[in-house]
Write a protein that binds this ligand. Structure first.
Ligand code: BES
Ligand code: MN
Ligand code: ZN
Length: 494
């Protein structure tokens, strides 16, 4: 999709569809007012159809007068200064109204619209992002194409006031790249466990890096991980016929000596629970247990498209969690790369076992911050549901930066405690720690476990168990928290 931002004249626009806005209470945007002044059609039709300009209301005219555009869509915003969420909602209603139309070139005239507490860059980003997300369909495993294809215009023009043109243009570029990254995350998440194995993720990393100047990919196999002493990670893949992979991608957009931000993703390509086997109902959803890894891939994809001046290291700990004859048993004790020993009391608490070794591994990059992303605990879903990602951090500054990044793009996180009082739930009689902390505060004790491997750098942990995918009829990966992470990374770039 080609995008542009400029000052638009509603009377001479030649697109397949021109969108102008109404603010409710008989208030029109400048563009809608100019069409009305020219041909007198807008007010008459709105009156006839009972269109009031409430937030999210739409009215499509197929034979507009006073403009060169083939169609006009009037979009209600409820106010000239809508809230960010009301604006997002209205834009998605406009896109719904254009489904099943042959519109290929689309102009959205937003001159005179100010989203509360947001700038033109945000508006451009949001417009392109939502449009881009709407293009995603999981069709890889369908032998017949679905009947309804997504609304996919080839050209989008955003009309803004002259001083906002350049910010809006940047926003459109960022929003498009963000949607492409997020859609990659959704695709990887939606792929079934028999296709998306640790080796598949490794090949995906090589594919991303192929021919790229700024991105490299390196894959460590089980032998190399053994030499590094990653006994904890390897205890998870022990019960699977699929070998584990440690996937390392380096994006170098800034000077060599600039310390990188490290992203670490949980890549359990299927979580049966291992010997601590999960119940059967709904177990298919454990193909999503690699969504942390998928979000790291999505970020790398977006970085490649935008080429910002920042260094980012991505480490994905990829494994299956299966119960074959070599599988780890409850009570087994393993030694992590950090030297700390772990008594594995429940083989279903495997995410922390693969992450802890990846978190020790990233020390070698001397990162200025490390953010791990994981569908780590069912307890986080109980605590926060599907609206907020659980955020834990050993530095207030990093926590605040991530919280505000999420707030800004509507991909929100909520900070949870990492108090010392919780740590003793991990005491073990036989090793340095147990891998589970009992029934209480399960998401917190999982984060406490990880915190024992992150003393050497500023660190944050995102528990995305509730936010990474939707269950039910609209089952599928959401692509979260790629928007949050990308907002954070772009703010960090020079
Ligand atoms: N992948 C799961 C966490 C999960 C569960 C995510 C449900 C999304 C929905 C993780 O590996 C797991 O099984 N965690 C256990 C931990 C427990 C054994 C301490 C859990 O949450 O039940
Ligand atoms: Mn598990
Ligand atoms: Zn898991």
């Amino acid at each position: 999709m080609q995008t542009q931002a400029k000052v638009v004249n509603a009377l001479t626009d030649r697109s397949d569809c021109l969108i102008v806005t109404a603010f409710g209470n008989s208030q029109w945007s400048p563009a809608a007012a100019s069409l009305e002044a020219k041909a007198g059609q807008v007010a008459t039709l709105c009156k006839r159809e009972g269109f009031k300009g409430k937030a999210g209301e739409t009215l499509l005219f197929t034979t507009p007068e006073g403009t060169q555009a083939k169609r006009v869509l009037i979009l209600g915003l409820g106010s000239a200064e809508p809230t960010p969420s009301s604006f997002q909602n209205a834009w998605s209603k406009a896109l719904d109204a254009l489904k099943n139309t042959p519109v290929k070139s689309l102009t959205l005239d937003l001159d005179g619209v100010n989203v509360a507490d947001r700038d033109a860059g945000w508006i451009g980003r949001q417009i392109a992002f939502q449009l881009g997300l709407g293009q995603y369909r999981f069709t890889r495993c369908k032998s017949r194409k679905p009947d309804a294809s997504p609304f996919a215009p080839t050209k989008l023009t955003l009309g803004v006031g002259k001083p906002d043109v350049s910010a809006a243009r940047t926003g459109l570029t960022e929003g498009t790249a963000l949607a492409n990254g997020t859609n990659l995350t959704r695709e990887l998440g939606d792929l079934p466990g028999n296709i998306c194995t640790p080796s598949y993720l490794a090949s995906e990393a090589r594919k991303l890096a192929k021919g790229q100047q700024k991105l490299s990919a390196k894959i460590l196999d089980e032998k190399q991980m053994k030499e590094l002493g990653m006994g904890s990670l390897l205890s998870v893949s022990a019960g699977s016929d699929q070998p584990a992979k440690l996937i390392v991608m380096e994006y170098k957009g800034a000077a060599k000596n600039k310390a990188p931000v490290a992203l670490v993703g949980k890549g359990i390509t299927f979580d049966t629970g291992g010997i601590s086997l999960k119940p059967g109902a709904g177990m298919d959803e454990m193909k999503y247990d690699m969504c942390g890894a998928a979000s790291v891939f999505g970020c790398m994809r977006t970085l490649l498209e935008l080429q910002p001046k920042i260094n980012v290291v991505a480490v994905v700990a990829a494994s299956e969690n299966m119960p074959n004859g070599n599988a780890t048993k409850p009570g087994d004790i393993v030694t992590s790369m950090s030297g700390q020993t772990i008594e594995i009391l429940n083989t279903d608490a495997e995410g922390r076992l693969v992450l802890c070794d990846a978190l020790t591994y990233v020390e070698r990059f001397k990162p200025r911050a490390v953010v791990d992303v994981a569908t780590l605990t069912g307890a986080c879903v109980i605590a926060l549901g599907s609206h907020a990602t659980g955020l834990y951090s050993n530095r207030d500054e990093l926590a605040d930066a991530l919280l505000s990044a999420g707030e800004e793009c509507g991909d929100r996180a909520w900070r949870m405690p990492l108090w010392d009082e919780y740590q003793k739930q991990l005491d073990s009689n036989f090793a340095d720690m147990a891998n589970i902390g009992g029934r209480e505060a399960g998401s917190v004790t999982a984060a406490c476990f990880l915190s024992r491997f992150t003393n050497k750098y500023p660190w944050a942990h995102l528990d995305i168990a509730g936010t990474a995918w939707r269950s039910g009829a609209a089952k599928g990966a959401t692509g979260r928290p790629v928007p949050l992470l990308m907002h954070y990374l772009l703010k960090q770039s020079a």
